[in-house]
Design a protein. Structure first.
Length: 314
């Protein structure tokens, strides 16, 4: 079935008021675009002329953005500072979205990417990151547990971008245990950093989604075969989905392994493809349509710009 046909058939028919709760770290993606005009005379550095810039929701917020595009009602729990970047989160408005911002004294993570165009191509010449981890206090953790209990969503999605919300493994365990007790499905993902993998924090989730590099961080000898997928599943006590970029995804449901190829597309920018895949996977947890998730993620890499944040910085 083509992506457009799937959307026409599915969107809106299974939606309740707020059927997905996303808990995770927000990243503000800042893109600066310019036109290459040559090399600097002083140093061998690319020189460009400024064109425009935009701000977009990244990290767990990009998962939310994709879920909203898929017509899902979302409760989003995230940390937000009292600053111009935190305000971008606090002022996010959508009729399908409820945001619960946990106050943070730390600045939200911002990733500034600099792009220069030459002809029909864009080149990312630099990326600068700023911000700090926003740790969740015990009081805020209890608030998260209360929100889960009071909302009783069909699905809780834990999106760990190493921004501080899941730094305490006992807090993560309590969130998953609370969901298991209430019979709420939990789908988790955790980005690997220079400190290695911490997917073990998310043991006992209904499903853990990761990319191949993250699987290799857990097991350096990881290969795409059933024995390895069984081993990952047993280690994390969860169903496992491993995304393979342009090769699609492999899924193990604790009974059998299936490989799902990705459609061939013209790739412009792969940033955020994993978020798009995860959101599509979470948009229909009862039927877990990996074919559609691959199609949605493939569509996301055909354009550099996602939906820009409406709030403009002063």
């Amino acid at each position: 079935m083509l992506l457009k046909e799937y959307m026409n058939n599915k969107i809106g028919k299974n939606m309740t008021s707020k059927d997905v709760m996303v808990i995770g770290d927000t990243i503000i993606d800042h893109s600066i675009y310019g036109k290459a005009v040559g090399l600097s005379l002083e140093t061998p550095t690319m020189k460009g002329v400024y064109s425009y810039e935009e701000y977009q929701y990244g990290g767990a917020a990009n998962v939310v953005n994709n879920l909203l595009a898929l017509q899902k009602g979302v409760v989003f729990v995230t940390c937000a500072s009292y600053s111009k970047y935190g305000d971008m989160i606090r002022k996010w408005s959508d009729p399908r979205l409820d945001i619960v911002c946990l106050d943070s004294e730390k600045e939200n993570l911002v990733k500034s990417r600099y792009w220069l165009s030459r002809g029909d191509s864009y080149y990312k010449v630099m990326q600068l990151n700023r911000g700090d981890s926003a740790l969740v206090s015990e009081t805020q953790h209890e608030k998260i547990l209360s929100i889960i209990k009071n909302n009783n969503p069909k699905l809780v999605v834990l999106v760990d971008y190493r921004g501080g919300m899941f730094d305490n493994p006992m807090q993560v365990k309590k969130i998953i245990d609370a969901c298991v007790k209430e019979k709420i499905k939990v789908i988790s993902s955790s980005q690997t950093s220079d400190k290695g993998s911490r997917h073990e924090y998310f043991k006992n989730s209904s499903l853990i989604c990761m990319n191949k590099q993250e699987a290799l961080e857990i097991n350096p000898s990881f290969e795409i075969n059933e024995a390895q997928m069984v081993a990952l599943s047993c280690l994390l006590n969860s169903k496992i989905c491993v995304t393979l970029g342009s090769d699609g995804a492999v899924y193990y449901d604790e009974k059998q392994m299936t490989i799902h190829p990705s459609p061939i597309v013209d790739v412009v920018d792969t940033c955020g493809a994993g978020d798009s895949f995860l959101a599509a996977l979470c948009s229909s947890p009862k039927e877990l349509n990996i074919k559609f998730s691959n199609e949605w993620a493939a569509q996301s890499v055909t354009s550099r710009s996602r939906v820009p944040v409406a709030v403009q910085l002063e």
